[in-house]
Design a protein around this ligand. Structure first.
Ligand SMILES: Cc1cc2nc3c(=O)[nH]c(=O)nc-3n(C[C@H](O)[C@H](O)[C@H](O)COP(=O)(O)OP(=O)(O)OC[C@H]3O[C@@H](n4cnc5c(N)ncnc54)[C@H](O)[C@@H]3O)c2cc1C
Ligand SMILES: NC(=O)c1ccc[n+]([C@@H]2O[C@H](COP(=O)([O-])OP(=O)(O)OC[C@H]3O[C@@H](n4cnc5c(N)ncnc54)[C@H](O)[C@@H]3O)[C@@H](O)[C@H]2O)c1
Length: 452
């Protein structure tokens, strides 16, 4: 039996950050991770980092044919991820008070876990505090033949494929669907996205979804709307999808099918009942301090349900740290206005209120909008298209912004800071920015307030 003050199930973003801080305080820590290929968690091994690396590499083809470019990108991805996994592992495992166990954990009672190692051996781990940080896994819908098809892949599988998919069907039009459509079409795949919604990018302002759709059209990405896959059958080295749309059926033959229909929290197999922990299918139930109903157990990151982002998992660490070692005032309520990016080409970043939302809520606003075509840095970067758009309230504060432009994922953080500091928009309008940058586009954006 192993005993520790702090025991973690899962080596995710929140866990590794909080565990490291506790080790620095001299507290004993055990981190239990079921896969030795997942030290550091989902983001660095099978999600954000590999997908963004391939996204960047697909936009900067090396010398050689399509297949060579793809092959080089996969090789580079493996090397980068391997290094990150190694450094993540050692950052924790090399601490004097930390033990990392490579096994799968489940509850025996509210302080005791059973750890099952790969060789079948088991061991009990007792924790004064227990933190659940087990993340989420891709769901595969119940479509006849889909699970059985040898051509079906999840994002995890596709990010580590030696075989380049010449043609790729993507089921789902959310984050993963949109991002992988972009990356694989840049690599040269013929991509068909099958979206069950009638609207492309449901809920977005129309000018945003139209601009993205135009770029998808230019890239040759086909998007089927109001479409449902009703059957999948393997045919030689391909799969045939039967798709129902507008009352008729059609067939698509592809090399691979990416299922991107959402990810469900990893609660199965944890035996949460043994510890009396409340949960639903949406995840482990927590309050706004991330406490479960059992006083010594917390849940952080994707497993607690709600939005699934690495930056939220990191903020979950801050909430629990603040509770254990500081004022305890930090809660999930602060996680509302956060910058989000879909890594399209160019990337699409948003924060706060959209124009559609402001209209629905009858909130008074003025808009500013400026085209990226007029920004010199966008020409240097080779993607002079898209726009910056912002909504301002009566008191000159920013209600929300959309940046559809190269470097959008960086620019949005400036706007986020201004929103959280409650700065009047004139501060960003009159700021001196370095040149040539995409940030200087903010001068022009805020000059257009009320002119649209
Ligand atoms: C393809 C893809 C791209 C993404 N891109 C982005 C992005 O660009 N930006 C962004 O912010 N977010 C992105 N996300 C979301 C982001 O990856 C997740 O929100 C984040 O990684 C969740 O981290 P976590 O802290 O919840 O735990 P995770 O990092 O998921 O860690 C959970 C760990 O627990 C382990 N585990 C599970 N069950 C057990 C058990 N019983 N015993 C022991 N160990 C267990 C798992 O092996 C895993 O290592 C992306 C997701 C995907 C799938
Ligand atoms: N850049 C980023 O921050 C980033 C990138 C990738 C993933 N992520 C995170 O990972 C999560 C999971 O990504 P995701 O794209 O799998 O989920 P998602 O929730 O973003 O999108 C799922 C899509 O699948 C559709 N869908 C669901 N069931 C379907 C079915 N049976 N047939 C057809 N379509 C169906 C939904 O309507 C939705 O459009 C995201 O919600 C996001 O939080 C973030």
């Amino acid at each position: 039996m192993i005993k520790a003050k702090n025991v973690y199930i899962g080596f995710g973003k929140a866990a590794k950050t909080l565990a490291f801080r506790q080790a620095q305080r001299g507290e004993s820590v055990v981190v239990i991770e079921e896969s030795d290929q997942m030290y550091g968690g989902t983001c660095i091994n099978i999600a954000c980092i590999p997908s963004k690396l391939l996204y960047e590499l697909s936009d900067k083809p090396q010398v050689g044919g399509l297949k060579d470019n793809y092959k080089m990108a996969i090789t580079k991805k493996r090397s980068v991820i391997g290094k990150l996994r190694y450094s993540n592992f050692h950052k924790l495992a090399d601490q004097k008070t930390v033990k990392v166990l490579n096994g799968s954990a489940s509850f025996i009672d509210q302080h005791t876990l059973n750890v099952k190692y790969l060789n079948g051996a088991t061991e009990e781990v007792v924790g004064e505090r227990i933190f659940i940080n087990t993340g989420a896994t891709s769901t595969i819908p119940d479509i006849p033949g889909l699970k059985e098809s040898s051509r079906t892949v999840t994002s995890t599988d596709l990010l580590d494929q030696d075989h380049f998919p010449q043609s790729l069907a993507i089921i789902g039009g959310g984050y993963i669907g949109m991002e992988f459509a972009t990356t694989y079409s840049q690599f040269g795949s013929k991509v068909t996205m099958i979206n069950r919604n009638a609207e492309f990018m449901r809920g977005m302002d129309q000018d945003v979804s139209q601009a993205v759709k135009q770029n998808f059209d230019k890239a040759g990405i086909e998007v089927l709307q109001s479409a449902e896959v009703i059957r999948v059958q393997d045919q030689g080295s391909h799969a045939v999808l039967t798709v129902a749309s507008d009352g008729s059926e059609s067939q698509i033959m592809v090399d691979m099918i990416l299922v991107a229909t959402g990810r469900k929290p990893n609660i199965q197999g944890l035996n949460l009942e043994q510890a009396g922990i409340r949960y639903t299918e949406a995840g482990v139930a927590v309050d706004d301090h991330l406490r479960t109903n059992v006083q010594n157990i917390w849940a952080m990151g994707d497993v607690r349900g709600g939005a699934q982002f690495t930056f939220l998992s990191l903020d979950d660490y801050r909430i629990v740290y603040n509770q254990l070692y500081a004022s305890g005032t930090k809660t999930t309520e602060e996680q509302v206005i956060v910058p989000k990016t879909i890594f399209l080409m160019p990337p699409l970043s948003q924060i706060g209120m959209s124009e559609r939302e402001a209209l629905d809520k009858k909130i008074e606003y003025r808009t500013g909008k400026v085209a990226v075509a007029g920004m010199p840095k966008a020409h240097i970067l080779g993607h002079p298209n898209g726009f910056y758009k912002v909504l301002i309230d009566k008191e000159d504060h920013i209600l929300g912004a959309t940046i559809y432009a190269p470097e959008a994922h960086e620019i949005i953080n400036i706007i986020s800071l201004a929103m959280h500091a409650n700065l009047p928009y004139q501060m960003l309008r009159d700021q001196i920015y370095s040149h040539p940058t995409m940030a200087e586009g903010l001068n022009d954006l805020f000059e257009t307030i009320g002119m649209n």
